[in-house]
Design a protein around this ligand. Structure first.
Ligand SMILES: [Zn+2]
Length: 290
């Protein structure tokens, strides 16, 4: 059994018009990066400005490819049995994703909330309707991770005993530079993590360009889990050493990366240990979203 802990259906953020008929991955820096196993020979940490612009444009094209039909085809090709799918409010919602996942056992929908009328009622309706966790995305939602909203949200959510997954890592979703990208700084999530030690907290992308920060949080807090999307083998192994075998989850972030690369890295990280491979590829995420 293989379960991808991080993927998306439609995610129509500003500038991204869904084009589900688009089948071909754009062949740019992100493509090259995944082929290289997410090892970057050109720079350390955040990309220089010329590369940032190209990555943002390529990422928008990738996001436009998100759709249920296309995801299921890609899962078949990569040999993935089930995928967690993550909406980001207000661009896509838990009820959209529940509707799309109805009758489709292979997709595991999460919900998402943003400030506004009735978010709490919607959260409870989505969770009771079958969502298995909560996604938060401070950069796209334009809300700093320390904002009272996320504390209120986790307070309302904690009783479900389900995980929250946060996008972590500074990232520019748009070609024009985005000051809110700083909301992705992994260290800024520690207040929330500390306030809700009973809520399993998945650091999506393990901090992206700065995985050391995510690994450090996993060392300090037993509630922290790390997803492997966009991380090279060296980092996944380091994550396993720091967080242990039970708190690292294979994730791809499809359509932002092609599943087979992250899957190959997770398999390699298990070094033929069948027990570890089972935990990393499905057991750990299924324990959180039974
Ligand atoms: Zn994502």
């Amino acid at each position: 059994m293989i379960v991808d802990a991080h993927s998306h259906l439609e995610l129509p953020i500003p500038g991204v018009i869904p084009r589900p008929e688009r089948r071909r991955e754009p062949l740019g820096l992100m493509y090259t990066y995944q082929v290289l196993g997410f090892r970057n020979p050109l720079w350390r940490g955040a990309p220089p400005e010329w590369a940032r612009v190209l990555i943002s444009a390529e990422n928008q094209l990738r996001l436009s490819m998100g759709s249920k039909k296309h995801l299921l085809e890609r899962m078949d090709r990569a040999g993935i049995d089930r995928s967690v799918v993550l909406p980001v409010a207000p661009f896509s919602t838990g009820s959209d994703y529940l509707e799309q996942c109805a009758g489709e056992e292979r997709l595991i929908p999460f919900t998402t909330s943003c400030p506004g009328d009735g978010w709490e009622g919607k959260l409870h309706r989505d969770m009771k309707g079958g969502c298995r966790g909560l996604k938060i995305h401070p950069i796209l939602q334009r809300i700093p991770p320390e904002d009272a909203f996320y504390f209120d949200l986790l307070e309302a959510f904690r009783g479900y005993g389900r995980p929250v997954i946060a996008h972590t890592g500074e990232f520019h979703y748009f070609v024009t530079p985005d000051p809110c990208s700083a909301y992705g700084d992994t260290a800024r999530f520690e207040g929330l993590i500390t306030a809700f030690p009973d809520v399993p907290f998945i650091l999506g992308h393990s901090g992206l360009y700065f995985p050391d920060k995510a690994i450090e949080l996993a060392r300090r807090h037993d509630s922290v889990y790390l997803d492997t999307s966009f991380q090279p083998l060296r980092v996944v192994r380091e994550a396993l050493r720091a967080a242990g075998e039970d708190r690292v989850l294979f994730g791809s972030d499809w359509p932002e990366s092609n599943q087979r690369f992250a899957l190959g890295i997770a398999r390699k990280a298990a070094r033929g240990d069948r027990g570890l491979e089972e935990k990393l590829l499905s057991g750990n995420i299924l324990a959180l979203v039974p």
